[in-house]
Design a protein around this ligand. Structure first.
Ligand SMILES: Cc1cc2nc3c(=O)[nH]c(=O)nc-3n(C[C@H](O)[C@H](O)[C@H](O)COP(=O)(O)OP(=O)(O)OC[C@H]3O[C@@H](n4cnc5c(N)ncnc54)[C@H](O)[C@@H]3O)c2cc1C
Length: 473
């Protein structure tokens, strides 16, 4: 008997048509429109791919049918950490199936800002949504997650830039909000921070011309995203996991409780499946994820190394990670080789992503913050899809207790650090040890979007509104 036969719409036929061999990077890829993430695709043209060094050994693409205890779909931070913790803490040797190169999705394209957070809600919004007791437990979970992340970063050569995180008020009117947030951090969560004036911030840390002041939190680490991912591959494989790149799941049947995951090279029959496909989840991958995640494009660029005169003109005295307070926020930092990496919002659709207007928006954002960098060469520019859930918080969840399928996703562009802990939690769940997971992010599914087909119309209107609100004096 067959349960839940899923064919990824269009994916199979498109693989068959091109023999699965077109490995060129597609800059217009769009998870809501493309049949699937592809097979064996090259990395986006990131600074990280250019500087990560040689990729670690992996287990090659799937070439034959196999039976496994646990298959993880998606080989980004979440999938790799799930496999690592399954092996290390539960003695389960999982198989990771990645469609493209390892960590081809967000995990090789992000800004490398490891923050003591996940999702898009602030701590004061947690209190509003769930009340103080739950918010305190959520704070503990995120803090534990940051410790998990730190312990892994300590084992991996990934150019860490520690010291904390600055939240920069991009307008004077925002300082009041930052002061209120800092008070909640201290009074409710016992989490210390330092509010500083524009003068103090600009003279002691960096002369961001827009900064009207800043809030500094002690936790925050910048990392090299792809070196971190390569480190996760090494650790997961050393612990006993297998990592198969160029092995997209293009069909899924469940037969007598066993999941038959079809890849171009063979069928992987698994007793349990962890889904860790982030924003790159094809609409038909699993019914529990249909219309549950909104893929949002984020743009990023890296300048050439700054000269001594430019560093002085910008007064760059910190390598810590920085974000501003816009809803469509800019995030940036000075990399170890004195280049500036900066990122922000991008296009709505994949087809429009290469439109130069989005590149210009980011260049303009850099110049507003640092007029001295007017006209500086941009050596690298790329974009990627972020998984935003409809209530702005991630989930680690088993959608149907009768089915051995689990997922972890929805970090809302804030998953560099928490994905390691989400992997740990997903591993606990798969191993049948998730009973102590009582937070709402573990006990409720990703909420659906009522007007899913019109999400992008709504996004366009929201971007317009956010822009007006962000830029008002
Ligand atoms: C430009 C950009 C900047 C960002 N900056 C930051 C930042 O500074 N700080 C921060 O905290 N977060 C940031 N993020 C978000 C962060 O990168 C993600 O939250 C995190 O990497 C998510 O990891 P993941 O493993 O869940 O997903 P991903 O890394 O996206 O991995 C999912 C993988 O699943 C694979 N896949 C999909 N479908 C299939 C299938 N059918 N079969 C097999 N494999 C499949 C994909 O190929 C992909 O590699 C940024 C994201 C982007 C795009």
């Amino acid at each position: 008997m067959k349960h839940g036969v899923i064919h990824l719409e269009g994916a199979e036929s498109s693989f068959e048509r091109r023999g699965g061999n077109d490995t060129r990077y597609d800059p217009t890829y769009d998870p809501l429109v493309s049949p699937g993430p592809g097979q064996g695709k090259q990395y986006a043209p990131t600074y990280w791919a250019a500087t990560a060094g040689t990729a670690p050994p992996d287990d090659g693409p799937v070439t034959q049918d196999m039976d496994v205890d646990v298959a993880i779909i998606g080989g980004g931070y979440t999938g790799l950490c799930t496999a690592l913790f399954l092996a290390r803490e539960h003695g389960i040797k999982a198989v990771v199936l990645e469609a493209n190169r390892v960590s081809w999705g967000c995990s090789s394209r992000n800004g490398g800002q490891g923050q003591n957070a996940s999702g898009r809600l602030s701590r004061s919004q947690w209190v509003e949504r769930w009340g103080k007791d739950v918010a305190l437990k959520m704070h503990d979970e995120i803090a534990q997650g940051f410790e998990t992340f730190k312990s892994l970063v300590a084992m991996i050569d990934c150019d860490p830039q520690p010291g904390g995180h600055f939240l920069i008020a991009h307008r004077p009117r925002i300082m009041e909000k930052l002061a209120a947030e800092a008070k909640v951090w201290k009074d409710v969560f016992g989490y210390p921070s330092e509010l500083m004036s524009a003068e103090a911030f600009r003279s002691e840390y960096v002369n961001d011309a827009e900064a009207a002041g800043a809030l500094h939190e002690p936790e925050g680490i910048g990392i090299h995203p792809l070196k971190l991912a390569y480190g996760y591959v090494r650790l997961a494989r050393e612990a006993g996991a297998k990592v198969h790149p160029a092995s997209p799941v293009i069909g899924w049947e469940t037969v007598k409780g066993v999941h038959h995951l079809r890849t171009p090279g063979g069928i992987v029959r698994a007793r349990a499946v962890g889904i860790a496909t982030g924003a790159y989840t094809a609409p038909g991958l699993h019914p529990s994820l249909h219309s549950k995640v909104m893929p949002i494009l984020s743009n990023s660029m890296v300048t050439r190394p700054l000269t001594k005169a430019e560093l002085d003109a910008c007064n760059f005295r910190t390598h810590q990670v920085l974000t501003d307070t816009r809803t469509l926020r800019f995030y940036y930092r000075l990399l170890p080789d004195n280049r500036v990496q900066i990122g922000s919002r991008s296009a709505i659709t994949g087809r429009d992503a290469p439109n130069p207007q989005h590149y210009e928006l980011l260049v303009h954002g850099l110049q507003r913050k640092f007029p001295a960098l007017q006209g500086i060469d941009i050596d690298y520019s790329w974009w990627g899809w972020v998984d935003v859930s409809h209530d702005m918080m991630p989930r680690v969840f088993q959608p149907d207790p009768k089915e051995s399928v689990f997922y972890a996703l929805g970090y809302g562009g804030n998953g560099v650090s928490y994905s390691s802990q989400a992997g740990r939690r997903l591993a606990e769940r798969i191993a049948g040890k998730g009973a102590q997971q009582t937070l709402p992010i573990f006990t409720s599914p990703l909420p659906p979007h009522m007007f899913a087909p019109f999400r992008r119309v709504g996004q366009r209107m929201l971007y317009h509104w956010y822009f007006l609100r962000d830029e008002q004096r």
